[in-house]
Design a protein around this ligand. Structure first.
Ligand code: F6P
Length: 545
């Protein structure tokens, strides 16, 4: 289904042309109830989308686009375990991972997966608790003090981001992450731990990802070099994977292998045993709260009409800017130090899901824009870095501000300062500053320079943002936030008619290096373009010095 051929798409295009010149300033001045109409609340969360270049008519047309592209049916199919990941013939059931144990059955190829998921969850949580309580000890009888989690992409970013976000809830085991194949990454972590008191979790859905296997072997070798024995590996290494054979071949015992399922994509898998580092960091009870937050968002998403459905609204607003305003990127700015890796997780979630140029089933080339470039950093830091371009650059960059309403530390006025900055940025982006306002504010400037300077101080404004407020960064609200973005991404993919669950682009990247590595080792003759050949030759030259 080509979304651009729907009546709503055509109407939106005309509507955009007719309304582009309207400034949000004017809309706010004319509509005192704008915030009231254009925000949504859930327990623990408020989403203000009133600072967007929209009217009720825009929202109405966007909701019609959602209807006409059949997203309700598509999302229902995903929820019910149909093979919506068409190119891989798999279901995409991340929402099932956060279902309560007594939920109605969800079938994948005729099997009810709810009990299966709960078995897997209970096994991972119970082992995490054994580690935390000291019931599971290292081979020398010492308590485990450190977990080193080895994985990459979805097997790293989600758990790492979540563990950092919830660091204040950490219990008695420190968690570390190794993703990059750069040996600096693993060397840095190994320098901080002791073999006798360290547990390694090797997370790889496929157990075939070269970076993860390289690091896993490096960890194993280091472990043995520390005087530990082959037989000790079973006490110190666990795996999380769908590929039990490969795990066993590596030497990890089946009872130390935690299941994940091929119908959950890596970037949607933090809710499964892939979240093991989070389980160890914060314990079983907190992890269940994390799942409950996500489930609350699922319930909202699947049961709320589009006009009041937070992930659907965020998705449609993104489409409004990507497809009708030509916006190329979308910034996500959490005013929260705990959420400092949130944008990194979203980059994979969004860009690996929706960075596609073919339709979901027929694989036909699309002639509409799909996923935007996602980027961001923690506020307030980025105000002193790239915000200049968001305010006064020539590109339209919609922004999501994520702001917790409290922090547990109560240090001075810091939290209030942070919130004030977030709100002020959103306001400034919306309002801008006219020449007259800039001119008036430059009263002390000599007359000869005043106009020039005023011109440089003009902010056009009319720059859109969503403000997402959560009570506090807790397991529950973090679960809500991540699930909210998952649903946003999947909704956009459904409208764009692309498959948000495969990733052929990155699979291709995995095989490319396979040719070059033997050439760097001198085992094969390079036969590339002159640039690649030249780089390989330079590598040899430097290595031989
Ligand atoms: O890099 C591509 C990718 O396939 C991601 O989608 C995935 O999250 C990551 O590799 C890790 O894969 P695995 O869990 O199989 O090691």
């Amino acid at each position: 289904m080509n979304p651009t051929l729907t009546p709503a798409w055509q109407q939106l295009a005309a509507h955009q042309a007719a309304t582009e010149s309207i400034h949000m300033r004017e809309q706010f001045a004319a509509e005192p109830d704008r915030f009231e109409r254009m925000h949504e609340r859930l327990p623990g969360m408020l989403v203000d989308f009133s600072k967007n270049r929209i009217s009720e008519e825009t929202l109405d047309l966007l909701c019609q686009l959602a209807e006409q592209t059949g997203i309700k049916e598509k999302l229902q199919a995903m929820r019910e375990g149909e093979l919506v990941n068409y190119s891989e013939q798999r279901a995409a059931l991340h929402t099932a991972l956060r279902l309560p144990a007594d939920a109605a059955p969800v079938y994948v190829r005729g099997e009810n997966v709810v009990p299966l998921l709960h078995q897997a969850l209970d096994a991972a949580l119970s082992f995490a608790e054994q580690v935390l309580s000291g019931e599971h000890k290292g081979a020398t009888g010492e308590r485990i003090t450190d977990l080193v989690h080895i994985g990459i992409g979805g097997s790293d970013l989600g758990p790492q981001m979540a563990a950092l976000a919830l660091q204040r809830f950490w219990r008695n085991v420190r968690v570390h992450f190794v993703a990059n194949a750069d040996d600096a990454a693993i060397a840095n972590v190994l320098a901080q731990v002791k073999a006798e008191t360290t547990l390694f979790s090797i997370a790889s859905k496929s157990f075939g990802t070269p970076e993860t296997l390289l690091n896993a072997h490096a960890a194993r070798n280091w472990f043995l070099q520390q005087g530990m024995k082959e037989a000790d590996i079973r006490q110190h290494f666990i795996a999380i994977s769908t590929n039990h054979q490969a795990v066993q071949a590596f030497g990890i015992a089946p009872e130390r292998t935690f299941a994940m399922f091929d119908w959950v994509g890596g970037r949607y898998s933090v809710w499964s045993a892939i979240g093991f580092p989070l389980m160890v960091a914060v314990g079983a009870e907190r992890f269940r709260e994390f799942l409950a937050g996500a489930h609350a968002m699922d319930e909202h998403f699947f049961n709320t009409p589009f006009r009041h459905n937070i992930p659907v609204l965020l998705a449609l607003l993104g489409i409004w800017y990507s497809n009708f305003y030509g916006a190329e990127s979308h910034a996500v700015i959490p005013y929260s130090h705990p959420l400092r890796r949130f944008a990194a997780h979203l980059q994979q979630l969004d860009m690996e899901s929706n960075g596609k140029h073919t339709t979901a089933i027929a694989g036909e080339e699309v002639d509409w824009q799909t996923g935007p470039i996602i980027w961001g950093e923690e506020g307030v830091n980025c105000q002193h870095a790239f915000f200049q371009l968001i305010h006064q650059g020539t590109r339209l960059i919609p922004v999501d501000f994520i702001v917790p309403m409290s922090t547990p530390y109560g240090i001075g006025r810091q939290h209030r300062f942070l919130v004030a900055n977030a709100f002020a940025q959103a306001e400034a982006l919306m309002r801008g500053k006219t020449f007259d306002e800039a001119y008036a504010s430059l009263g002390a400037t000599p007359e000869a320079e005043r106009a020039e300077l005023a011109r440089q101080n003009v902010f056009h404004g009319n720059r859109p943002s969503n403000t997402i407020l959560v009570d506090d960064i807790t397991p529950y609200t973090l679960g809500m936030l991540i699930a909210m973005y998952e649903h946003k991404v999947v909704t956009q993919g459904a409208v764009w008619d692309i498959n948000s669950f495969d990733q052929w682009g990155v699979e291709y990247g995995k095989v490319l290096a396979k040719t070059i590595e033997p050439e760097l080792a001198g085992e094969a003759q390079p036969a590339h373009d002159s640039s690649t050949n030249g780089l390989i030759a330079y590598f040899h030259e430097r290595q031989s010095r």
